[in-house]
Design a protein around this ligand. Structure first.
Ligand SMILES: C[S@@+](CC[C@H](N)C(=O)[O-])C[C@H]1O[C@@H](n2cnc3c(N)ncnc32)[C@H](O)[C@@H]1O
Length: 317
């Protein structure tokens, strides 16, 4: 359900990755997710059986659908327009505390969380599909190779469960016990309890530093860090100051035949060029391809796209 618009190829030197930007990775939704409409600083989405209205500062145009469609929404989040800001849910009738949805072989629970989330970030589907493609291509090339994937800041686990379904061994790291429990709930709901996933509740930077010391490596790395976060022992994550050191360590964690590394950044005032340059600097000897741009979601029945995050991703081929 994703569509890649290729950007311009930038020059490459020696083993520097070939670089390409801007790349717009577009998601048109799936059975259990649609962006229905947006405008006047809000978006109307469908998550499985529920339609939801949430603040969306990027939705600067006018809504296209009739106001009555918006008014029929099951839940409305009102309050702060900042992604991590406070606010509250208002429900139009009786809604279930949780409800089930799926993406491919993975089922997941929807839940009206504080900070406006409902348990997944649909724009990430572009990366889920790409990772799956990379794993399948490698399996076709080397059927016996056991791939190891690291998912940092993994939240409710979709980016861990999907590669595990494709046969990878996955290490999932998140600082929040609640988030890990949620991810395991999704694993159980999917009937995938036997998959080889290590669920680790720890500060991402600490975990990565330890893995470097141990000499462990991974064939694919996914990281979707927040702007600001805390580890279980109060360790501070600040994207602007922590990311360079994190990428430097992650470069050491890439195996000799590593396949990919994906960095997403949301809710920050920056440019994809900044994270592209940081990745280019860190991966300057990796060869391969480095492409960067934005993740967007395409409205149902409309020509408009909603920008959600910046990304930069490297692949060996
Ligand atoms: C919003 S989520 C990322 C979204 C996720 N990649 C996805 O697609 O569902 C950010 C996650 O980072 C975690 N986090 C915040 N600070 C952290 C830290 N210092 N170390 C590890 N995880 C952290 C939070 O608990 C949260 O689950």
């Amino acid at each position: 359900m994703t569509d890649n618009t290729s950007g311009t190829a930038l020059p490459s030197f020696g083993k520097t990755p070939t670089q390409r930007w801007p790349v717009i990775l577009e998601n048109r939704g799936w059975k259990d997710y649609r962006l229905l409409d947006m405008g006047e600083g809000r978006k109307l989405e469908r998550y499985g059986k529920y339609t939801i209205v949430r603040p969306e500062p990027q939705a600067m145009g006018q809504p296209m659908l009739n106001q009555s469609v918006w008014e029929r929404a099951d839940a409305v989040f009102t309050g702060d327009t900042d992604e991590e800001g406070p606010g509250r849910w208002k429900f139009s009738g009786n809604v279930d505390e949780t409800w089930n949805m799926s993406y491919g072989a993975v089922s997941y629970v929807g839940r009206f969380m504080s900070f406006r989330h409902v348990g997944l970030f649909p724009e990430q589907a572009a990366h889920w599909d790409w990772v799956s493609e990379k794993i399948r291509e490698e399996k076709a090339r080397q059927p016996k190779r056991q791939l190891k994937i690291l998912n940092l800041f993994g939240y409710t686990g979709l980016a861990s469960l999907l590669p595990a379904v494709d046969g990878a061994h996955v290490t999932h790291v998140d600082a929040s016990k609640k988030a890990i429990a949620y991810a395991r709930e999704n694993q159980a709901l999917s009937g995938l309890d036997d998959l080889p996933i290590r669920w680790i509740c720890e500060d991402a930077s600490k975990f990565v530093a330890r893995e470097v010391r141990r000499g462990n490596t991974y064939d694919g790395i996914i990281l979707d860090p927040p702007k600001y976060g805390r580890g279980p022992k109060g360790e501070v994550w600040d994207l602007y100051t922590s990311l360079p050191g994190m990428l430097d360590s992650l470069q050491k964690l890439l195996s000799k035949d590593a396949l990919f590394m994906i960095l997403t950044a949301y809710a920050i005032r920056s440019s994809f060029v900044s994270i592209h340059e940081l990745m280019a600097e860190t991966l300057s000897k990796q060869g391969g391809l480095l492409e960067s741009g934005e993740l967007v979601i395409r409205e149902e029945n409309s020509k408009r796209a909603l920008s959600t995050s910046l990304f930069s991703r490297w692949s060996s081929r």
